[in-house]
Design a protein around this ligand. Structure first.
Ligand SMILES: Cc1cc2nc3c(=O)[nH]c(=O)nc-3n(C[C@H](O)[C@H](O)[C@H](O)COP(=O)(O)OP(=O)(O)OC[C@H]3O[C@@H](n4cnc5c(N)ncnc54)[C@H](O)[C@@H]3O)c2cc1C
Length: 367
């Protein structure tokens, strides 16, 4: 019998697993995919998460492997190319194939028992415990279940109450480029017709570009530019966003594009039927604020602390106080970026008051 089975070895799951194991809990960590694996993600991690990364045992490794510090937030929209006036230390970026592997390995070093690749396909209550069924027929019994399996994977296995899911028509894409040219330290937010995204200098001198685009804008981009969906999206962004076109002028695509969707930003249940949810399983911010990894790690740490202290009943309220504002702010920014009228107003306002970029970064949790 385990003290907890953690489903999903993304940032939220590995963080929770490691911190509980360090407190002497017997933990199983179940991950369906093989690592290292790439993931649709901008890869930026806020400086506010460094203490949590240190607590997870990977602070030094993260700093050694990550891309250069991001010191300015910017905006690329149409012909507009703006940067926040003041320098700060906002964070750094590291490919998910590296970050998730580091976090998982740190959890295993702390004594976590890893099941990978292994897919949780069912859950039932038995007496006072829960039993997780794996696809290969094995069963894992535990006092607690922590669902850290990303945004849409929780449905179908765990009893998520009705009304916790928000319909969405946003598709996400991501690519790495070599020899791209962003101004040093700049992480521009991209706002283009029907979507938004971000670019950042990641590890090994790679430029990471990730974005979300509405279904209708994607269809239009495919009509206009042809080719595969991801190629049409990139052509659409380059044709409408001068800063991106310039940054990628001499760049070469590394590997292939990744895509996923539709993504489901919104707040879901924190605790249901003996299962605690962390990371995207509980609340997913529009990626425009690039805070999902940080929030997943921080939520994993919050839940672990409360479970260890026997105060898990406080989790739902504590989660809401800590993360709900960021999720609502992200939703506001996403909708401002995607609509042509509000995008135009924001461009003018930010050109007049570039400090708004710092304000937005703070509101989204980057301090
Ligand atoms: C376009 C885009 C750009 C983004 N950019 C950023 C950014 O720059 N910075 C940032 O902080 N965030 C960003 N995010 C958000 C970030 O990727 C997520 O918020 C983060 O990955 C959530 O972590 P998690 O641990 O909750 O879940 P995940 O990282 O999704 O991990 C869940 C894990 O669970 C496993 N799993 C699922 N179901 C099962 C099952 N049944 N059995 C076993 N294993 C299972 C999966 O294989 C996966 O490894 C971006 C997202 C998108 C879409």
């Amino acid at each position: 019998m385990f003290d907890a089975v953690v489903v999903g070895a993304g940032p939220g799951g590995s963080a929770a697993a490691r911190l509980l194991a360090q407190a002497g809990w017997k933990i199983a960590l179940v991950e369906r995919s093989e690592f290292p694996r790439r993931k649709v993600c901008g890869e930026f991690i806020s400086a506010t998460s460094l203490p949590a990364l240190q607590a997870c045992g990977i602070g030094e490794e993260f700093l050694a492997a990550a891309g250069p510090p991001v010191s300015r937030i910017g905006l690329y929209a149409g012909d507009t190319q703006l940067a926040s006036p003041r320098e700060g230390l906002w964070g750094r970026a590291l490919g998910r194939e590296h970050l998730d592997t580091l976090l998982r390995d740190a959890a295993v070093r702390a004594g976590v028992q890893l099941f990978q690749p292994a897919d949780v396909v069912g859950l039932r209550r038995e007496g006072g415990a829960s039993v997780c069924a794996l696809q290969d027929g094995r069963e894992l019994k535990a006092r607690n279940i922590i669902a850290a399996c990303g945004s849409w994977n929780a449905r179908g296995i765990f009893a998520v109450p009705d009304g916790c899911d928000v319909p969405s028509d946003l598709f996400a894409f991501k690519a790495h480029f070599t020899s791209g040219a962003l101004p040093p330290g700049l992480m521009p937010l991209l706002a283009f017709p029907g979507g938004y995204g971000g670019m950042v200098q990641s590890d090994a001198a790679r430029l990471s570009l990730s974005c979300c685009i509405r279904r209708d804008a994607l269809a239009l981009a495919r009509q206009r530019h042809g080719g595969k969906a991801a190629e049409a999206v990139l052509a659409h962004i380059r044709a409408t966003t001068a800063g991106v076109d310039k940054a990628l002028g001499g760049a070469a695509l590394e590997g292939n594009f990744l895509s996923t969707g539709p993504i489901h930003p919104g707040i879901r249940s924190r605790h249901a039927d003996g299962v605690f949810f962390v990371g995207n399983s509980v609340g997913e911010a529009h990626p425009i604020i690039a805070e999902g990894i940080s929030m997943a790690i921080q939520a994993g740490a919050l839940l672990s602390r409360l479970l260890i202290a026997g105060r898990e009943g406080e989790y739902a309220g504590a989660w809401h106080r800590r993360f709900a504002t960021r999720i609502h702010a992200a939703s506001l920014f996403a909708h401002l970026a995607m609509r042509s009228d509000t995008r135009a107003v924001c461009r003018v306002l930010i050109a007049l008051f570039p400090g708004l970029l710092d304000w937005g970064a703070r509101l989204s949790g980057k301090t």
